[in-house]
Ligand binder design. Structure first.
Ligand code: LLP
Length: 440
């Protein structure tokens, strides 16, 4: 039986969970747990869906789909992104190094970050990155100086805050005024940043950028952001008598995490944005600029399932006579910080067998020395869940492994790609020796 969202791609359940043709038990046996299992074909399908949707809705004015590497990046995923023919958004020297290490075409890489170091800027310009997205006045000077030193003219965007209140968690909302990213359109910083950028012959300002936040389901935020950027394009045209050729509208497209939820559909949201972009450009007498986007979560999030092994269970008496069953798994907040950090919610199923036992209210907790180490606060799971069972948590591909830590000196989990009944390691499990090797 094929599973519905938030299970994605090629997951099915027939006496046990099977992902990309490989059974959960076989995966756990060969690679151990906790384990991130990424459905390779699903990753390709999702990346291609964004590329096709952008091309379909924008035609000749389709820019680049930049996969946001912060959501999850390793060398193999960078190769997949390259194979699909889309671009890569990196936001640190480390992410840039993944791209350069596999020979990713640098003209399709864009560098982000609100505090890029001089070394990162130098590495990016030397490598030949297509775009640097500049985030502050200090950075305009820095990028200009380093590009001049390297005798290059660097193509740049300016990251702007269009003043949109995105309907998502405060920590992942980025286009309102009172936060660290970008130049405010409302207070005039954006315009001053444009003027500053044009003073430097080592910078080629080709476009404006905005990213309003993450895990967003309402198109309106994207539409307002696009409208405000286009107003600024019109002001630029009126002032300089020429047009900036590109706009990058960022990422943030929401996905399903719980049963009954559904993900945004690439073609729907880009269709809505295209309608607004075209009508606003027409209103201002502008040619439609090349439109780029930066989806991360929507491409990789649903492709990945975390497999854990159950270690202990216990029942705890609650006030009022009820009890709660705690199920402890062999990972936790070190491989998925999102529930503790954002109150993010996930679902789970017992992956290694079909159970027909009665369901009981359960809490899935990790093995860290911390009460808040909760993966799922409340879920009904079969009464007979026992040590040795495998628990699968779907939709952990984005900001799971990429935000993993070594809290309590826990080695970070391996990542395995499955496709057509075959599984292969794409990031090996960290070992305790890896951790010890860092100490002098
Ligand atoms: N572009 C920029 C400039 C970004 O800052 C981000 C995400 C993206 C694109 C991709 O956004 P996405 O399509 O993945 O939503 N750790 C948080 C999410 C932080 C997002 C940071 N920036 C979480 O786990 O929900």
């Amino acid at each position: 039986m094929k599973l519905a969202e938030p299970y994605s791609g090629n997951s099915s359940f027939d006496h046990e969970l099977v992902i990309g043709g490989v059974s959960a038990r076989a995966l756990a046996q060969e690679f151990g747990t906790p384990l991130f299992v990424i459905d390779e074909a699903d990753f390709f399908d999702r990346a291609v869906a964004w590329k096709s949707a952008l091309e379909h809705h924008f035609g000749d004015t389709a820019g680049t789909v930049y996969y946001a590497g912060k959501s999850f990046l390793n060398k193999e995923v960078a190769r997949w992104v390259h194979t699909v023919g889309i671009g890569l958004d990196v936001c640190s020297g480390g992410e840039l190094a993944v791209a350069t290490s596999i020979g990713f075409p640098m003209d399709r890489v864009e560098l982000h970050g609100n505090n890029k170091s001089e070394d990162e800027i130098r590495a990016a310009i030397t490598a030949g990155v297509g775009i640097i997205v500049m985030d502050s006045f200090h950075e305009i000077e820095r990028v200009a100086r380093i590009a001049a030193e390297l005798k290059k003219i660097q193509r740049v965007y300016l990251r702007l805050t269009p003043g949109v209140e995105a309907h998502t968690h405060e920590f992942i909302s980025t286009a309102h005024e009172d936060q660290k990213f970008g130049f405010s359109i409302a207070n005039g910083a954006a315009w001053r940043a444009i003027e500053k950028s044009l003073e430097h012959s080592s910078l080629s300002l080709v476009g404006l950028h905005s990213h309003i936040g993450s895990q967003i389901f309402i198109n309106e935020g994207f539409e307002i952001a696009a409208t405000r950027l286009i107003e600024l394009l019109a002001k630029y045209r009126d002032h300089f008598d020429r047009q900036l050729p590109e706009l990058d509208l960022g990422g943030g497209y929401g996905i399903a995490y719980l049963p009954g939820e559904s993900s945004l559909v690439a073609s729907d949201v880009l269709g809505a944005i295209a309608t607004v972009v075209k009508s606003e450009c027409e209103k201002h007498g502008l040619t439609v600029p090349k439109i780029s986007i930066e989806p991360g979560r929507h491409i990789v999030g649903p492709t990945t399932t975390t497999l854990y092994e159950v270690g202990t269970t216990k029942s705890v008496e609650l006030d009022g006579g009820d009890s709660r069953r705690y199920i402890s798994i062999d990972g936790g907040m070190s491989d998925n910080i999102r529930p503790s950090l954002y109150g993010a919610q996930y679902t789970a199923l017992i992956a290694n067998r079909l159970s027909t036992a009665d369901l009981v209210s359960s809490r899935i907790v990790g093995k860290h020395c911390e009460t808040g180490d909760i993966v799922i606060r409340e879920i009904d799971l079969p009464e007979d869940v026992a040590p040795g069972d495998l628990l699968a948590v779907p939709a952990t591909g984005a900001y799971g492994r990429s935000m993993a830590s070594n809290y309590n000196h826990m080695p970070r989990p391996a990542v395995v790609a499955v496709r057509g009944g075959k599984a292969r390691l794409i990031t090996r499990r960290e070992s305790i020796n890896d951790l010890l090797a860092l100490d002098i």
